[in-house]
Design a protein around this ligand. Structure first.
Ligand code: HDE
Length: 717
């Protein structure tokens, strides 16, 4: 069918047609600034320049239509504007991180409150009061960049500190130990945990055969497995997680003396996790639950905060530990070496651009500053190689340090030159060192980085031989796993058993399931029995041979989550369900009490427009009932007229709202009208279910979870 040629539609901003704009008059220049000033260039980068141009600065007259020979004829190869735009688009993605691909990050600062001058020359740890800018990225490990925020997984906790003496990257996790002792095993661990290569699933989870097969053959992983099966892998918020540098590092003082150090980040809001059923439902309710929570809290000015604490110990003290501190599957209990708080990290600014900052940030444990050094942890040694190497593949050039998010905020200069995407334009003849031609060129300084002059003595005298060796001091794989399990509260132990039952129930291979339960027998016979029962095993499988017997170590309450939950509603949220005719005074009182305790309050109603309360006023809703399930809140209240209560008792979204809150052990406040919904959900009274007029009781109950209730709602292993 022949069509009448139509005139191509040029791109036009409201009130401005491209034919009337005068592009050349407003044209900006490149960063070197021969034309245009810095502001104009920045505006152009931000897309705020008045005129659309190509990447070469050529003004566009039409950004909607490609160039065609005739209106319905062939599109022309000549169209350099189309080709540039599509080519750039085709190359927008870079390889995602092989692990920790899904992450969220924020800017902030670290401020030192206690000097470690006696131990280190690192200014970031000696200058009390100084604020060091930071960029902190939290991540899951197994899932891809587009996966969800709430699978059962370890979380990355990586902090880039832009110190005056260079960048220091403290690249840690939210668990203080790791699965393996030697970097040689890392690619296998990651292959085993990621989606299975033939079927391409599961995404972002450990509940599958290859992971547990590998683990069953890796006894050193048992301590970390206990942590991974605990609720540490189900954080309520990134703001409520601890962070750990894991490895021992060294601090070096002005005399060249070394002290070992472990780094801990402790959240100001305390620790809190979700329960498993809640985490599962959160994956449907909000894929970005943690990212959104971090974004919203920063936007609201409720800046997340952590204390930095250190454990300091000498070589002699380390020699007396009943474990080897160089083994990354071991932690140093706080009861053995106490934590000293030395500063605070505050995250107060969301990145301007996700790709440029959160995606392109390149963390490397090898980024250290003078006064800090590595230990001989063999896992750390592998990491020192791996991260730099992976950035070359991910960011494509050794010049990745020039990207704004990676560049030090102190001067940096050397004779490393050229390479892909070189952004700097070095001047002069001298690109080598030493040189005499340019006396102003950069030189080394005595204050520069020095490695600790460790005396490396052959442990077995002259007979020590090079080899692929695992030290005997790394042989105890079960004692700290037992210590961890036995240090937990009863609900936490039950969650661990249930988690393992869930994970192993997804494992198809019987001998793998049996091997894992066998390992558990070395940790705690009762725990192994609970898991075996949960899996329907008729008898306990044999325990594998252990290199050394498991020892009983003193309980360490610091390893709990429940014990570290803070008695506050700061950082938590409360949802209030209303409908037409709700008691306005009751809503107001509950809201006031929750906000006074620090909570963020959201109104939920069957319609987003809100509800007309009994005072005749319309209260707008923050969320529509069906799209705002109670998993998004830490505590809920229902204020409903009799009529609305009866109506909502027949609405699945309302019944699920309260049933889930009950099942997830949350506080519930409900007035007389709401009782019909509670009844439909089969909810009876308990310490956490209070009247809507008891705002004091509600707030007290909302600050914790109703652990006692759990026995009534779920059969835990
Ligand atoms: Fe990583 N790890 N890792 N890891 N890791 C990466 O580096 C690696 C380990 C951790 O937000 C990769 O830039 C090896 C322990 C975090 O960008 C890669 C070994 C701990 C992040 C890599 C380990 C971590 C990574 C992938 C064993 C806790 C995310 C992308 C020898 C102390 C950082 C990247 C971010 C990322 C290698 C073990 C934490 C491939 C070889 C132990 C938080 O280089």
């Amino acid at each position: 069918m022949a069509k009448k040629p139509t005139k191509a539609q040029p791109s036009a901003r409201p009130g401005k047609s491209s034919s009337t704009s005068k592009p050349s008059a407003r044209r900006s220049s490149g960063p070197d600034g021969q034309r245009g000033n810095g502001d104009e260039v920045q505006q152009m980068v931000e897309g705020r320049h008045a005129t659309l141009t190509t990447n070469q600065g050529v003004p566009l007259s039409d950004n909607q239509n490609s160039l065609k020979a005739t209106p319905r004829g062939p599109t022309l190869l000549e169209d350099f504007i189309l080709r540039e735009k599509i080519t750039h688009f085709d190359h927008e993605r870079i390889p995602e991180r092989i692990v920790h691909a899904r992450g969220s990050a924020a800017h902030g600062y670290f401020q030192l409150t206690k000097s470690l001058k006696q131990y280190t020359t690192a200014k970031v740890l000696t200058e009390v009061g100084e604020k060091t800018p930071v960029f902190t990225r939290f991540s899951t490990v197994a899932g891809g960049a587009g996966s969800v925020d709430t699978p059962r997984d370890v979380r990355g906790f990586a902090v880039k500190l832009y110190t005056r003496e260079g960048n220091w990257d403290l690249v840690g996790n939210n668990i203080p130990v790791f699965f393996i002792q030697d970097a040689m095993k890392f690619p296998d661990l990651v292959h085993a945990v990621k989606m299975e290569p033939d079927r391409g699933y599961p995404q972002a989870g450990t509940a599958h055969d290859t992971f547990w097969d590998f683990i069953s053959l890796t006894p050193e992983a048992m301590h970390m497995v206990m942590w991974a099966m605990s609720d540490r892998t189900l954080p309520r918020s990134l703001r409520m997680m601890e962070g750990f540098g894991i490895h021992s590092f060294r601090l070096i003082n002005a005399k060249g003396e070394s002290t070992f150090v472990k780094f801990h980040w402790r959240p100001k809001l305390g620790l809190q996790s979700t329960v498993w059923d809640e985490a599962v439902k959160l994956q449907c309710a909000d894929n970005d639950f943690h990212r959104r929570d971090l974004f919203e809290s920063i936007q609201a000015g409720a800046f997340p905060e952590w204390e930095l604490a250190v454990q300091l110990f000498t070589q002699e003290e380390a020699d007396a530990f009943p474990f080897d501190h160089l083994d990354a599957t071991k932690l140093i209990p706080e009861e053995l070496v106490p934590l000293t708080v030395i500063g605070t990290m505050v995250l107060d600014r969301w990145p301007d651009n996700f790709f440029a900052e959160t995606e392109q940030v390149a963390f490397c444990p090898s980024h250290l500053v003078p006064g800090i050094d590595f230990s001989n942890d063999p896992l750390l040694a592998g990491r020192l190689f791996s991260y730099l190497d992976t950035q070359l593949s991910r960011l494509g050039t050794p010049n990745f340090h020039q990207l704004p998010i990676n560049a030090p905020k102190c001067p940096f200069a050397n004779q490393q030159r050229d390479g892909q995407m070189q952004m700097q334009v070095p001047k002069g003849r001298v690109n080598y060192e030493p040189s005499s031609l340019d006396p102003t060129s950069a030189r080394a300084t005595p204050a520069g980085f020095r490695s600790f002059a460790e005396r490396v003595a052959a442990q077995d005298g002259d007979d020590a031989a090079k080899g692929r060796i695992r030290p005997e001091s790394f042989a105890d794989h079960y004692s700290q796993a037992r210590q961890f399990y036995r240090s937990q509260t009863a609900p936490e132990q039950a969650h661990m058993a249930s988690a393992l039952v869930f994970e192993l129930s997804k494992v198809e291979t019987a001998h793998v399931r049996e091997a894992i339960v066998g390992h558990m027998r070395h940790i705690d016979e009762d725990f192994a029995r609970r898991v075996a029962d949960g899996l329907g095993m008729t008898k306990l499988p044999p325990a594998p041979a252990a290199a050394v017997p498991t020892e009983d170590r003193p309980k360490s309450p610091a390893l709990q989550i429940i014990g570290k939950m803070k008695d506050t509603l700061h950082g938590r949220s409360v949802g209030i369900l209303v409908h037409d005719g709700s008691d306005a005074a009751a809503v107001k009182t509950l809201r006031k009490a929750a906000e006074a305790a620090g909570a963020m309050v959201k109104i939920v109603a069957p319609k987003l427009g809100g509800a007309k309360l009994d005072d005749g006023k319309q209260l707008p809703a923050d969320g529509q009932l069906a799209g705002t399930p109670s998993v998004l809140f830490d505590a809920v209240a229902l204020v409903l007229s009799d009529e609305a209560g009866k109506m909502l008792a027949k609405e699945a979204a309302a019944v699920d709202w309260v049933r889930d809150a009950y099942g997830h052990l949350k506080a519930i406040a409900a007035d007389a009208g709401a009782q019909a919904v509670l009844k439909a959900a089969g909810i009876g009274k308990d310490a956490g279910v209070v009247g809507a007029d008891d705002s004091k009781g509600f707030i007290a109950a909302a600050k914790t979870r109703q652990w006692e209730r759990e026995k009534k709602v779920r059969m835990l292993a």
